[in-house]
Design a protein around this ligand. Structure first.
Ligand SMILES: O=C(O)c1ccc(O)c(O)c1
Ligand SMILES: [Mg+2]
Length: 615
């Protein structure tokens, strides 16, 4: 598949954009008119530069407000078009995008629009160029691809075809299946964009909120499958109007965009297996979602405080790495690695996650094909090699084989004391979820990363009010729930990664089947929990018909509680150390959430604590 991207998607000057697109690996670009108008480069220089970079110039856009007008207006529009055709000849671009008329159309008549497009086609043909007609979702009269196709069909001109843009089709809830019936030769260009599901006017939605495929709520995979079935074999281009992308690092955004097209091809290739079509879809190693978490790694220059918290929660020290200042802690088969390879005094933070997968090499290979940066764990010949990649949020993602007793544990001393299994002291049964802070600029990129590299599924996002601002929270998980990540967008003014005041803490949540026992054991071991205000418990009593004894126990232990139908969720939080706190949760009767109603209580309590500490 030929990949392309509109220059409007990314930040910088036209030169910056071209370089970043070439480096990311795109085959071509669409020149967005505004980028050209403000460029000091002549059309000939742009053409030469693209050739040097190995980029094709696939489309010039947009040309607006042409059809459905009186004769006098049409003549003026043809004059405007001719100037652009001359420019396209200088650029060496053979396709111009024409948006359906938004502003000047006065005649609602498809036959007339077809005649006018035919006249434009004649003119275009004399310059050796062609017109790709796109129905904008907010076009004055033409706002569906079905209607734009009717007009193009009636125009019946070799230089007049369609541009299909997934946003305009899917934002209106239109069925893309009809694309399969359009002759491929009449589809001149294809633009893809995803978007979060929002209810707002379509123009604003389109101009500010588009995201790369896989980052929003539209079914781009199904769209792509219909497109491929039509027999289309031309460029597939990204056209994303997004306020954040336009101000983010240009190279990184370009890579994010290319990743979305790699992911999409892979998914469509899987969906179309066994069918024949002219488009060559690039597939990747087929890996299954992770079966579970092998370990979580906390990196800190002062392991004592994190070690104390783990011990209070019932974890046992299992051994010290034979070469490195790294400790292994475990409870049952839940493993936490405390990595002391950090500057003295550096506060604890989640630095890495080990995911258990069937085929670690295949998973790494796939991640690298998806343009993730490899990170290598330093190891000696007799040590287990763990390979991984860096996530956009800085977390190191490692791929480990599925195993009850991973081979790397041998490095933590011969005869390692490892409790394993579910001994009488092991009340924690697994890592329930890991909450990772996301810088606002790279949130969409992170969603696509975890979806494409780890094959996690997105769940509807929630918004949690806090004294620092509204925190957007997005759960990504395997279908069976064995791996769950909660991505939280860090409120403006706070930092995601560095620890200390002004940073946003991350946490690891452990699951237990007896939260009262874990809480009592922790209290007896001297643990301080995050304090929950009295107001919360009064509200709890109003929300649910809890018996007074249960309520008193919850309050005594600073436990939080939530119900969802039959399901019940009980949980508590530790204090925050550095950039990290821990949570223990108990899910009863199939509860699947994360205590959304309780998250504001936690964020407010943490805010208070942080402020007191800074005084
Ligand atoms: O928002 C617009 O005006 C606009 C312009 C060109 C496009 O291809 C498009 O999809 C939207
Ligand atoms: Mg478009």
């Amino acid at each position: 598949m030929r990949t392309s991207i509109a220059t409007v998607c990314i930040s910088g000057t036209l030169e910056d954009k071209m370089l970043a697109c070439a480096r990311a690996g795109f085959d071509g670009i669409e020149i967005f008119e505004q980028d050209l108008l403000v460029s000091p480069l002549s059309p000939e220089e742009i053409r030469a530069r693209a050739a040097r970079l190995g980029l094709t110039l696939d489309l010039y856009q947009p040309f607006r407000d042409f059809e459905g007008v009186e004769e006098e207006v049409l003549r003026e529009n043809l004059r405007r078009a001719e100037a652009k055709f001359r420019l396209m000849n200088r650029l060496g671009i053979d396709t111009m995008l024409l948006c359906s008329n938004v502003a000047t159309a006065t005649i609602d008549d498809d036959a007339l629009a077809a005649v006018q497009l035919r006249r434009l086609g004649d003119l275009a043909q004399s310059y050796g160029v062609r017109i790709a007609y796109e129905a904008l979702a907010w076009g004055r009269f033409v706002n569906t691809y079905g209607r734009s196709w009717e007009i193009v069909r009636e125009a019946d001109h070799p230089a007049v075809g369609l541009c299909l843009d997934s946003f305009h089709i899917l934002s209106r809830g239109d069925d893309p299946a009809g694309i399969e019936q359009i002759p491929a030769a009449k589809i001149f260009f294809v633009q893809l964009a995803d978007a979060p599901v929002l209810s707002m006017d379509i123009l604003s939605w389109s101009r500010h909120y588009r995201v790369f495929p896989g980052e929003g709520g539209f079914d781009l995979v199904a769209f792509m499958e219909h497109l491929v079935r039509s027999g289309y074999d031309g460029p597939v281009s990204l056209e994303i109007f997004n306020d954040v992308f336009r101000q983010s690092d240009v190279e990184r955004t370009a890579v994010d965009g290319l990743r979305s097209l790699l992911w999409l091809q892979d998914r469509a290739a899987t969906g179309l297996k066994g069918e024949t079509h002219p488009m060559q879809l690039r597939a990747m190693p087929d890996v299954r979602p992770p079966a579970g978490l092998d370990y979580a790694e906390i990196r800190t220059g002062e392991p004592e405080s994190a070690a104390r918290m783990l011990a209070q929660l019932g974890f046992e020290f299992c051994g010290q790495h034979r070469r490195k200042p790294v400790q292994l802690w475990a409870q049952g088969d839940v493993r936490v690695v405390l990595n002391g390879q950090r500057a003295d005094g550096a506060a604890p933070a989640i630095s890495g996650l080990g995911f258990q997968v069937e085929d670690p090499d295949g998973a790494v290979e796939r991640a690298i094909q998806l343009k993730a940066s490899p990170v290598a764990r330093h190891h000696t010949a007799d040590e287990q090699e763990l390979r991984g990649v860096g996530a956009p949020d800085g977390t190191e993602v490692f791929f480990a084989p599925t195993s009850q007793r991973p081979a790397w544990m041998e490095e933590f001393g011969a005869g390692t004391h490892y409790p394993g299994g579910q001994g009488p002291n092991a009340l924690v049964t697994r890592i329930d979820h890991v909450n990772l802070a996301q810088p606002w600029q790279s949130f969409d990129e992170a969603v696509l990363f975890y979806e494409s590299v780890l094959r996690l599924e997105t769940r509807p996002a929630t918004e949690v009010p806090s004294p620092m601002g509204l925190v957007r929270s997005q759960v990504m998980r395997t279908g069976d729930g064995s791996v769950r990540l909660a991505l939280n967008i860090v409120p403006h003014g706070l930092e995601a990664a560095p620890s200390g005041p002004g940073s946003y803490p991350e946490h690891i949540a452990f699951h237990t089947t007896d939260i009262l026992a874990v809480a009592r054991r922790a209290v007896a071991a001297g643990m301080h929990f995050l304090q929950v205000p009295q107001n919360y418990y009064e509200d709890l009593a109003a929300r649910y018909p809890l018996d007074p004894a249960t309520l008193a126990t919850l309050q005594e232990l600073n436990l939080l509680y939530e119900r969802d139908g039959e399901g019940e969720f009980l949980h508590f939080y530790t204090e925050t150390i550095g950039n990290l706190f821990l949570e223990v949760v108990e899910r009863r009767h199939g509860y699947e959430g994360y205590g959304a109603q309780n998250a504001p209580v936690r964020l407010a309590a943490q805010f208070e604590r942080n402020r007191l500490r800074r005084r």
